[in-house]
Design a protein around this ligand. Structure first.
Ligand code: GLY
Length: 354
């Protein structure tokens, strides 16, 4: 049965959900006064569940790998390029190399294949990389340009700036407003500031490089150049808890540039074309909120933190399946009902915080 659905929020998550629901024959209205201008606008577009995972994030890895497997079909449906080539992890000094080793150990324990490369092998694969201590390659990972993905979704799913008229009563409302949720859910997500840079260079890496430079994590994500234009490299990202409006800081730009040019000296000659800052939507346990809220006809698709682009196709599927099922079987790791709002709007965590 076709349902009437309002999707609030037209970032990559809201748009992917809306697109999936339209594909399945539902009647969907998407509402956002500034479509695709939130975290999706800043996102580097790494499809790198293994390279981006930290210790204790088993569910993030599991969900990320499941969503990575959906990306080739999703990209084909939207007609956007999906670059593969894997992710190269590199460390500059001995401490940084230990970080790479720890990551490899973690991934091996989870059955994710990696190849350890010595300094010579790293340079064979990425000749313009600086002299690093060594690294490891995570095959199978990829990258997309989130702005192209959102533009393709916006071509398929119209967005309106204001709520539909009262006469259009939705059966279901999906809240996908990223780091700013409406009451009573606003406590579930907080913004974690992330600054990124975009540089134009004729000597970009051929794959995503995630490095540690004297303890400072940094990543370089190349964008495939359009004809006649130099390639762009996205350098990211700072990560800071804050209360005020997100602004690009001199310190953030300095830290990113300093680390990035140690890894990739050619960036000294690159044109700095953009600095951007957005809030990542982060939850208490670092996992997204996907599914019914427990209030009639209301679902959440939010709180994706560092993984919104990667998890977009999986989120769309989970929401659409849950909406169509009489007995939705939501993964407890993402079920918003793991958080119970009390009368005062406060939040209890119902399983161990990670
Ligand atoms: N996923 C990369 C970041 O959040 O910086």
């Amino acid at each position: 049965m076709a349902l009437r659905v309002t999707v609030r929020g037209a970032g990559i998550i809201g748009l992917a959900v809306a697109d999936e629901l339209v594909q399945r024959g539902h009647d969907v209205r998407v509402v956002d006064p500034a479509p695709a201008q939130g975290a999706s606008y800043a996102a580097a577009g790494m499809l790198a569940p293994a390279a981006e995972v930290w210790h204790g994030e088993d569910d993030v890895l599991r969900l990320g790998l499941a969503s990575l497997a959906l990306w080739p079909d999703f990209a084909r449906r939207l007609g956007v390029p999906l670059e593969t080539g894997g992710t190269l992890l590199v460390g500059v000094d001995a401490g940084d190399l230990q970080q790479v080793d720890r990551q490899v150990e973690l991934l091996t324990r989870h059955g994710v294949a990696t190849e350890t490369w010595d300094r010579r092998e790293v340079v064979e694969h990425e000749p313009s990389l600086a002299r690093v201590g060594g690294g490891a390659w995570v095959p199978g990972e990829g990258r997309v340009d989130p702005r192209r993905v959102c533009a393709a979704l916006l071509d398929r799913v119209p967005v309106q700036a204001t709520e539909p008229p009262e006469s259009w009563r939705p059966d279901v409302t999906v809240i996908a407003t990223g780091s700013v949720l409406p009451d009573p859910h606003c406590h579930l997500v907080r913004g974690v500031r992330g600054e990124i840079l975009r540089l134009r260079t004729d000597d970009p890496p051929t794959r995503t490089v995630r490095g540690w430079v004297a303890g400072e994590p940094v990543y370089l994500v190349p964008r495939t150049p359009e004809q006649g234009v130099s390639a762009e490299v996205v350098v990211g990202a700072t990560s800071e808890e804050h209360d005020g409006a997100p602004v690009v800081t001199a310190g953030g730009v300095l830290r990113l540039l300093a680390a990035a040019r140690v890894l990739w000296p050619a960036l000294d000659r690159a044109e700095l074309v953009e600095t951007t800052v957005r809030d990542r939507p982060s939850t208490i346990d670092g996992l997204p909120l996907i599914g019914w809220t427990g209030r009639p006809g209301e679902m959440l698709a939010a709180g994706h933190y560092r993984h919104g682009v990667l998890l977009a196709p999986l989120t769309a599927q989970v929401i659409a399946d849950a909406l169509e099922s009489d007995h939705p079987d939501i993964d407890p790791a993402v079920d918003p009902r793991r958080f119970i709002s009390d009368d005062s709007g406060g939040v209890h965590v119902t399983h161990a915080q990670r």
